[in-house]
Design a protein around this ligand. Structure first.
Ligand code: PYC
Length: 317
């Protein structure tokens, strides 16, 4: 019987399923080449682990790979309910915790390979993790989008390892998650309809709403992030916080090294800071993940849903 071995974690409430064993052979190329092979002929791994009956729309998967460079701990390919992510901040913190839990790494600085480049992480003695993300930057400021029911929405387009549209709202209340989701989906569709993209016509597939934090002594800002598969991020979103830092830096509102505390819609907090880099900033995001389970998944040949139940309808953004 075919099996897959995974460690589940959550980072600030957002789950990551870290796959240690049983994935397909993707060769020995770069992580972006292996992602292509995974997407093109081996998408069953993603659908098996993320779609029902084993997964759910809000789980992110992280497939561990032998690295190209032996100086790296592992290569990582992130995926979700609808496809693949270049980078995932909460997921990266989850991977570091899972590797520490399995005794593969100790406290210290470690290097990792992802499809969007080499990233590093520092595992602290208290088990919190600081990740150094890929170079992040604001691409466009004060973009106007005509959104049904909302009128003109103004926001920034920024890259933090994924593409984001960031816009301010007056308040963010967890009781309003359905409304926030619907509003973010309308913004996402409007961006697509009106041809608003990242650089090289990249699709903006994450929407980030900002408001004051629930408690100004604990955080500087609160966010609601809608991910490409139509679910919201329970964590403050590592790549989203990186995109936010890039905008703050571009506006001169945050200086290199200063701390920005980003609160999620469920109340978890990431700390962010940055150093300047040639085309933007290099963000560092600190958070904490916890292991929630270790599973051996069984793929029974006789099971018609062994590779997951295809998603019906479209909740995607
Ligand atoms: O933490 O970067 C992140 C992330 C992206 C999508 C879900 N979480």
């Amino acid at each position: 019987m075919q099996t897959l071995e995974a460690v589940d974690t959550h980072t600030g409430g957002e789950p990551t399923r870290v796959v240690f064993r049983g994935g397909p052979d993707l060769g020995s190329g770069s992580m972006s080449e292996r992602l292509q092979i995974l997407r093109d002929g081996n998408d069953w791994l993603r659908t098996t682990l993320i779609l029902e009956p084993r997964g759910s729309d809000w789980i992110v998967g992280a497939l561990l790979q032998e690295p190209v460079d032996p100086a790296s701990v592992v290569g990582i390919i992130f995926f979700n309910n609808v496809g693949y992510l270049g980078m995932c901040g909460h997921g990266f913190i989850g991977v570091v915790e899972a590797l520490a839990y399995r005794g593969r790494i100790a406290a210290g600085e470690h290097r990792f390979e992802t499809p969007v480049g080499v990233v590093s992480a520092r595992l602290h003695e208290d088990r919190s993790v600081s990740i150094t993300n890929v170079e992040s930057f604001r691409f466009r400021k004060d973009v106007e989008v005509q959104v049904p029911d909302d009128g003109i929405v103004i926001g920034d387009v920024a890259y933090g390892g994924n593409w984001f549209f960031l816009t301010a709202v007056t308040s963010l209340d967890p009781a309003d998650i359905e409304t926030l989701t619907a509003r973010s989906k309308r913004i996402s569709m409007s961006l697509r309809d009106q041809g608003v993209c990242g650089s090289n016509a990249a699709e903006i597939d994450h929407i980030e709403l900002f408001a004051p934090p629930s408690d100004p002594s604990k955080a500087d800002s609160r966010s609601f992030v809608l991910c490409p598969g139509g679910e919201y991020d329970r964590s403050p979103c590592g790549t989203g916080t990186s995109a936010k830092l890039a905008c703050l830096a571009a506006d001169g509102r945050l200086q290199p090294g200063d701390v920005w505390r980003q609160e999620s819609i469920v109340g978890s907090v990431f700390e962010g800071r940055y150093t300047d880099s040639p085309n933007g900033i290099t963000p560092e995001i600190t958070g904490r993940a916890f292991v929630t389970g270790e599973t051996t998944f069984v793929l029974d040949e006789a099971d018609p849903f062994r590779h997951g139940i295809p998603r019906i309808g479209s909740q995607d953004v």
